[in-house]
Design a protein around this ligand. Structure first.
Ligand code: GUN
Length: 281
């Protein structure tokens, strides 16, 4: 039976560490503030934003909520971001995605000061990650590295396969594994003979966006399997991109869904908010 990598417990540990750091900063008279902007009322976004605000309250980070109507123009949003960029009392700025169709997401991401971009989405932060300079790292892949390290999974020299090439997960994930001295392959929807590639992985990261697609036939015996997906099934239960039942029988360690990668994203956002103070100094 595979070891369960407990994202709930590890994320709680990180939030505890952040809480202590925030309290220590407060004692020095420094407050950590995150501005969270949501445009429109996409129900999933409302849940995510609510969880981010809750995590801020728990860790002692001050959160400023901007709940803007669906009709907000791009210019109005850019003007709010500009104001937040200039405010000395705001350390982090997060614009919840997706944005309504009439707003250019890339333009908005580029308008956030790279020094306050706690999501790590700004091209300057992506570039910094690529060349090994300081900056913010996208929260989900950063959380996966923490899951591996705190579960004592060795990355150095290991064959790592990332399935998925999104800007938010797949690409930064591959760069982070490379930074940890993994031998990294990125596979995606156009990859020929995907199984042949994934079956070589010592560490397999599934970020394909398809429920239960990665079954045991894709996995090498003894591999460590990280499941980034989260999907609601017809029976109301959640599942990931990995077919947990078949894969857990052959892998050495696996993240469950829910309770694996999911809780790590918010924990790493809190970590990035604290980290922002040292970047801004
Ligand atoms: N939408 C889904 N995930 C994320 C995230 O990590 N950050 C932001 N800003 N929006 C998202």
């Amino acid at each position: 039976m595979a070891e369960l990598i407990d994202g709930k417990a590890i994320s709680a540990q990180i939030k505890e560490e952040v809480k202590e750091k925030v309290a220590a900063l407060k004692a020095e008279g420094k407050e950590v503030t995150l501005a969270v902007i949501q445009v429109g009322c996409d129900p999933a976004s409302t849940v995510y934003v609510g969880n981010k605000k809750k995590a801020c309250a728990y860790t002692g980070i001050r959160s400023l909520a901007y709940e803007l109507p669906e009709e907000t123009t791009e210019a109005e949003l850019l003007s709010i971001i500009e104001e937040l960029n200039d405010r000395k009392d705001v350390n982090g700025i997060l614009v919840q995605l997706p944005l309504p169709k009439h707003i250019d997401e890339n333009k908005v991401i580029r308008s956030i000061s790279p020094l306050k971009d706690v999501d790590g989405f700004h091209p300057q932060n992506v570039g910094a990650l690529c060349i090994g300079e300081k900056g913010f790292v996208s929260c989900t892949p950063a959380g996966i590295i923490e899951l591996l390290k705190r579960s004592h999974v060795e990355i150095t020299g290991k064959k790592c396969v990332v399935v998925g090439r999104s800007n938010i997960v797949g690409k930064p994930m591959a760069l982070l594994l490379l930074r940890e001295n993994g031998t990294v392959t990125i596979a995606h929807s156009k990859t020929v003979d995907l199984r042949e590639i994934t079956k070589q992985a010592d560490i397999l990261i599934a970020a394909v966006g398809k429920p239960k697609m990665i079954d045991a036939s894709y996995v090498k015996e003894g591999a460590v399997v990280i499941d980034v997906g989260i999907h609601r099934m017809e029976n109301g239960k959640l599942c990931g991109d990995v077919d947990f039942e078949s894969v857990e029988k052959i892998c050495s360690a696996i993240t469950p869904v829910p309770g694996g990668v999911g809780p790590m994203t918010i924990a790493m956002l809190m970590y990035n908010c604290v980290h922002s103070l040292s970047l801004q100094q």
